[in-house]
Design a protein around this ligand. Structure first.
Ligand SMILES: [Zn+2]
Length: 177
């Protein structure tokens, strides 16, 4: 698949979700990250790790998934709750995987230097209002989180208002062909 995948989990649903997420991104024409790991030990030093289903490790170009996170035990209910509260832009159980993959593909799209510089840049007030209303609260926290949230939504078949897509393009969001 062009990616170094290491899965250390007995959760078959999670393994399948990860493979499906990689396949949908590859089929959409995106370059996959170097590494994808499902391994709880990667999160052993992370605070609140039970609340952290997945993460993108920039230095390793690694989408890291935490099979011990509470989310993966109750993903249908939790994903729906995250959507209905406005925190996430989709209610898909694959949302965390697509979101983290979105960071990786965004980095490849705009290059490491620009990604590093812009990832944590805050949105301005008008942009935050636009994103909270049309995307998600998670997406309103920085340029990088905005791009990852919209990417996850696009992969889920969502569409967004023109001003949202204009902002997404401006920040180098990866477009589906
Ligand atoms: Zn993120």
């Amino acid at each position: 698949m062009g990616v170094n995948a290491e899965y250390n989990t007995t959760n078959i649903d999670l393994t399948n979700a990860m493979n499906d997420t990689l396949n949908e991104a590859r089929n959409a024409g995106f370059t996959l990250p170097k590494n994808v790991q499902i391994d709880a030990s990667l999160f052993k030093d992370v605070r609140n790790r039970r609340n952290n289903p997945a993460s993108y490790i920039l230095s390793l170009d690694d989408v890291a998934v935490n099979p011990s996170a509470d989310f993966w035990k109750n993903s249908v209910v939790d994903a729906a709750a995250n959507k209905s509260s406005g925190f996430w832009t989709t209610s898909s159980t694959r949302h965390p995987l697509r979101h983290e993959l979105g960071h990786a593909i965004h980095k490849t799209n705009i290059g490491l230097t620009r990604f590093r510089a812009e990832f944590t840049m805050p949105l301005d007030k008008a942009q935050r209002r636009l994103v909270r209303k049309n995307v998600s609260r998670y997406g309103s926290s920085s340029r990088g989180e905005f791009v990852a949230e919209v990417f996850s939504g696009l992969m889920d078949g969502a569409s967004y208002a023109d001003p949202v897509m204009a902002l997404y393009k401006k920040f180098g969001g990866p477009l589906l062909s």
